[in-house]
Design a binder for this molecule. Sequence first.
Ligand code: G1P
Ligand code: ZN
Length: 552
Amino acid sequence: MTPSNHSESIRRKVRLNKTFTDQKPGTSGLRKSSKEFEQPQYLESFIEAVLRTLPNVSGGTLIVGGDGRYGNLPAIDVILKMGAAHGLKRVITTTSGILSTPAASHLIRTHKAIGGIILSASHNAGGPDGDFGVKINGANGGPAPESLTNAIFECTKELEEYFLLEGPSISLKIPGMHYINAMAVEVIDGIEDYTTLMQRIFDFDRIETLIKNDFPIIFDALHAVTGPYAKRILEGLLGASTGTVRNGIPLEDFGGGHPDPNLTYAHELASLLLDSNKYCFGAACDGDGDRNMILGKGCFVNPSDSLAVLTANAHLVPAYANGLTGVARSMPTSAAVDVVAKDLGINCFETPTGWKFFGNLLDENLITLCGEESFGTGSNHVREKDGLWAVLFWLQILAEKGCSVSELMTMHWSHYGRHYYSRHDYEEIKSEAANDLYARLKKMLPTLVGQAFAGSEVSLADDFSYNDPVDNSITTNQGLRLILKDGSRVIMRLSGTGTKGATLRVYLERYVPKTGDLTQDPQRALSNLITGINNLAEIKQRTGMSRPTVIT
Ligand code: G1P
Ligand code: ZN
């Protein structure tokens, strides 16, 4: 650490020329295009509302960092100056402002911070023409609950001014201790604490032996935040060869790519695993490091299956060797994990889409693992989903089992049966068309029960709502569900994270028991359901799209 740097700053009150109320209700922050964020006073207005609403700001510690996208460093500068004006005692930030979402969650918890501000638009593209975001996390390290974000939103409506301490900016080039008047700014290496946490959870020696024993792996950081983490852990500590981490340097525009680890946006990695024999294992993470995609030689692991496999094999990981208290999945995630939970005799909770719904269950120790179909898996080690953690979890299982990814999947299905699963995303639809399509299907739901659908019969058709078993809060309108007599499910939601038009998500699932055909292509296995929902909801006619933008 360099010696402390003090600077005298002057407290200023700045009048807002405009009221900004862009925050979407129900989301844990503000996500908009970089252009919108560049409007004068736009970021400041939101940060002011956050600092006025977050409990215990005066005298508190705040964690700040981001995924390195365009706007990251200037935003940290603004937050430091405004945080000092609001009486924070300490801000912990990182060199170059690089901090993954799970690493931020960990820092909030270990430093008993009042919360964190994570600068990221997650898996959305970055750069001047991309998106930017400010995500608020609470004192438990998880995404801010709706009560807090609603209060922040209410505050933005009435704001007339914001406060900052005006003075020189702090350099984040190297670790060091600084002061803005009375507020301490600790610049730390954002990778170190997270690496230590991973070493506590997994048996690094076993994974190292696997990797060094002719098991070539490849990891794609997509020029986003996980590059430096993956280099230190995979190449530095686990003995993977130099170059294992592709696209490992975080870039402001992610090299022009879309930092979303799926078969469409991480297609180069997918092709290295699916079309060549070079690697035994491949993985990628998203912009802020909370999502993961797992691939084996010639084999893509569906995220819903991944959660089920992690649950079934958790006892092989030192941190979970004593068993799991329970598991949870978001409603659109396939029921593959339910079957494993039943087998293990543990509870399986079904929550709405969004990580914040796992927070209470984790805090109350009702669950140990949880996940979403959208490439998100995590555990009680932090309060966010965690991309690299999932990669290490997979490597640990493969090290212990001594088999390939595809062998593991085959063994899993032949024991539990297979949940064929796919998600079809229709992106950038005109909002009006998407809303009309959705409203029409919602209205039809009551008439569908008992009707024939995709070779079966609809046994339940509703708009999912969730009753939180911990705080008894009820969350309604979480997605349209068609559940069929044969156990198949078709679900439809409108995305809450897109920034251009609307994104329609259609989730398709069909269960085949272990005695059935477990080797079909998922799109083929689901073709009846796909045709059924396309016709029922008139997707093609109403969106003008002949096929989905992304098929997972
Ligand atoms: C998407 C995913 C959801 C995830 C969220 C944040 O939200 O579907 O599972 O929690 O991103 O990573 P959506 O765009 O569907 O609202
Ligand atoms: Zn993310």
